[in-house]
Design a protein around this ligand. Structure first.
Ligand SMILES: Cc1cc2nc3c(=O)[nH]c(=O)nc-3n(C[C@H](O)[C@H](O)[C@H](O)COP(=O)(O)OP(=O)(O)OC[C@H]3O[C@@H](n4cnc5c(N)ncnc54)[C@H](O)[C@@H]3O)c2cc1C
Length: 450
C-alpha cells in the first residue's frame, strides 16, 4: 500500500494520512453505523483530482467513499477500513446562475442554503430544503435524493436536477441529462445517479432547476390533543390541495425543542402541527387551515408575516438536535401513504409501550414521511436491546403498511441489511448488476446503498 499512497500523493495535492487529522472525516451524523479506519483522506479540488483518485483506487482495488458535508444520517459517508475518503466539500463554486433559463450550474460541495441565497439574489428559488440545508452539500443531496419540508408540493431533489457530470468507477467522465423541460432519450441515467449514495459515480457537477420565488407565504401553528387528531387535519388538508409544508412534532419532540430553544411551545399538547402555504391565496388557505384545525380540537394560530412563519418553522428544524440531547438515539425515516399515517402512528405507539422505550416522532407529515426516534441510555445493555428491537419493528410496521424503510435519508450502511425485505432478492440482484456496469471493480462505496 505504500506504493499506492506515494502515487496518490504525487497525483493529487491534498492527501492526508495522519490518523488524528483523518478522524474528522471518518463518520457522518449517524452515530449508530460502523466507521472504518481509512488509509487516506483526499480533498478534491478539481474533476482531474477525482479522475486520478478513482483511477488509482481502481488499479489497487482500494474502496473509495465519497463524502460531501458529512451530515448524512445513514452512515453512507462513513470511512471503510483500508479505503480512501474523497472529500468534495472544497469543490464549492456556483459556476453559473442563468436567470433566463432559470437554472444553476454548481460544483457538488456548494452548501444547499448558499445556492438558495444566490438564487434569491436573482429573484429565484432553489426549492429542495432539507432540515440540514445550512450545512449539507448539493452533492450529498443529489446522492441521497434529499427531501425536506416542501416535497409534497414541489418534489424531492430528483425533481430539480437537469444534468449531472459524474466520474464512474472506471474513471470515465459522463454527462447525463439535458437542461430542457423535456428529454426522453435513452435510459434516464440522471435518475439512476440521483439517490445512488456514491455507489455508481462521483458527482462532480450539476445543473439544477430554479423556480420563481412564491409571492405569498402564510404559516399556521396548531396544537392538538393527540397525534391522531393532528393527522386527521393532514388528511383533510390533503383533500383541499397541496400545502407547501406540513410538519408534525409529538409531545416528546415538543418538550425536547422547548428544552433546547426556550420557544415556549405548548408542552401539554399531544402534537404540534406547522403548516405553510405559498402563492397568492396563501393567507386565505392558512385561515381555512386554522378553522379546520379548530374543528379537529386544535388551538391554531395563523400568520402571513414571513419572518414570523420562518421563526415557527425553526422549531421543527430544531427537532432532531433537540431529541439528540435526551440520550442516544435511533432515528427512523419511514414513509407511508398519508392515508396510512394513522395506522403507522398507532403501530409506533404500540411498539414504544411494548418495549418500554421513549419514541419521539416528528417529520414531514404532508409526505407521510416520519422520523420516529428512539431515545435510550447507551450505558444500559437491556435498554440498547429494546431500542434496537423497537427500531426494527418500526421498519417492519412501515413495510406492512406498504411503505418504505427510508423516505429521504438513504440506505447507507445502516439500512443495507433491510433492503431485500423491501425490494426482494431479484430486484436487489439487478441493482448489483447495474452497479457492476458503472463500477466494474466494485470500489465505489461497496456494501452501501443496497
Ligand atoms: C439536523 C439534520 C437535519 C436533516 N434533515 C434532513 C431532511 O429534512 N431531509 C433529508 O433528506 N435529509 C436530512 N438530513 C440528512 C442529510 O443532511 C442529507 O442526507 C444530506 O443530503 C447529506 O448531504 P451531505 O453533503 O452531508 O452528504 P454526506 O453525508 O457527506 O454523504 C451522503 C451520501 O452521499 C454520498 N455523496 C456525497 N457527495 C457525493 C458526490 N459528490 N458524489 C457521489 N456521492 C456523494 C456519500 O457517499 C454518502 O453516501 C438531515 C441531517 C441533519 C444532521
Amino acid at each position: 500500500m505504500s506504493d499506492f499512497l506515494s502515487r496518490l500523493a504525487a497525483a493529487v495535492p491534498a492527501v492526508t494520512t495522519d490518523p488524528d487529522a483523518m478522524e474528522a472525516y471518518r463518520r457522518d451524523q449517524c452515530l449508530l453505523a460502523e466507521a472504518g479506519r481509512p488509509l487516506a483522506v483526499v480533498k478534491a479540488g478539481s474533476v482531474e483530482d477525482v479522475v486520478a483518485v478513482v483511477g488509482l483506487c481502481r488499479q489497487y482495488g482500494v474502496p473509495l467513499v465519497t463524502r460531501g458535508a458529512g451530515t448524512g444520517l445513514a452512515g453512507g459517508a462513513n470511512a471503510l477500513d483500508g479505503g480512501v475518503v474523497l472529500v468534495m466539500a472544497g469543490m464549492d463554486r456556483i459556476l453559473e446562475i442563468d436567470e433566463v433559463a432559470r437554472t444553476a450550474r454548481v460544483e457538488p460541495g456548494v452548501i444547499n442554503a448558499d445556492l438558495d441565497r444566490a438564487a434569491a439574489a436573482a429573484g429565484l428559488w432553489y426549492v429542495p430544503d432539507p432540515g440540514s440545508r445550512e450545512i449539507c452539500s448539493i452533492g450529498g443531496n443529489l446522492a441521497t435524493n434529499a427531501g425536506g419540508m416542501c416535497c409534497a408540493k414541489y418534489g424531492t431533489t430528483q425533481d430539480h436536477v437537469l444534468e449531472l457530470t459524474a466520474v464512474l468507477g472506471t474513471g470515465e467522465v459522463i454527462r447525463t441529462g439535458r437542461a430542457t423541460r423535456k428529454n426522453v432519450v435513452g435510459l434516464d441515467l440522471t435518475r439512476l445517479l440521483v439517490g445512488s449514495e456514491g455507489t455508481l459515480g462521483v458527482i462532480v457537477e450539476a445543473t439544477v432547476r430554479l423556480r420563481p420565488r412564491p409571492q405569498g407565504l402564510a404559516t399556521v401553528a396548531a396544537t392538538f390533543p393527540s397525534v391522531q387528531a393532528a393527522i386527521d387535519l393532514v388528511l383533510a388538508l390533503g383533500r383541499e390541495g397541496d400545502a407547501a409544508a406540513i410538519e408534525l412534532m409529538d409531545r416528546t419532540t415538543v418538550r425536547a425543542v422547548n428544552a433546547m430553544t426556550r420557544m415556549g411551545l405548548d408542552e401539554e399538547a399531544g402534537a404540534v402541527l406547522l403548516a405553510q402555504f405559498d402563492g397568492a391565496d396563501a393567507a386565505a388557505r392558512a385561515q381555512r387551515c386554522a378553522e379546520l384545525a379548530a374543528a379537529f380540537g386544535a388551538e391554531a394560530f395563523a400568520t402571513d408575516d414571513p419572518a414570523e412563519g420562518s421563526a415557527l418553522m425553526e422549531a421543527r428544524r430544531a427537532a432532531l438536535p433537540a431529541i439528540e440531547r435526551l440520550g442516544a438515539t435511533l432515528l427512523d425515516d419511514v414513509c407511508v401513504g398519508t392515508h396510512r399515517l394513522p395506522a403507522l402512528i398507532a403501530a409506533v405507539e404500540e411498539i414504544a409501550a411494548r418495549h418500554g422505550v421513549a419514541i419521539g416522532t416528528f417529520g414531514h407529515a404532508a409526505d407521510g414521511n416520519l422520523h420516529p426516534t428512539i431515545v435510550y441510555d447507551p450505558a444500559d445493555p437491556a435498554a440498547q436491546r429494546a431500542a434496537r428491537a423497537a427500531f426494527d419493528e418500526v421498519l417492519g410496521a412501515a413495510l406492512a403498511l406498504g411503505g418504505t424503510i427510508t423516505g429521504e435519508h438513504g440506505v447507507g450502511s445502516l439500512k443495507a441489511p433491510y433492503v431485500v425485505r423491501q425490494v426482494g432478492a431479484t430486484e436487489r440482484e439487478l441493482m448489483v448488476r447495474i452497479k457492476a456496469a458503472f463500477d466494474p471493480a466494485g470500489i465505489l462505496n461497496p456494501g452501501r446503498g443496497f
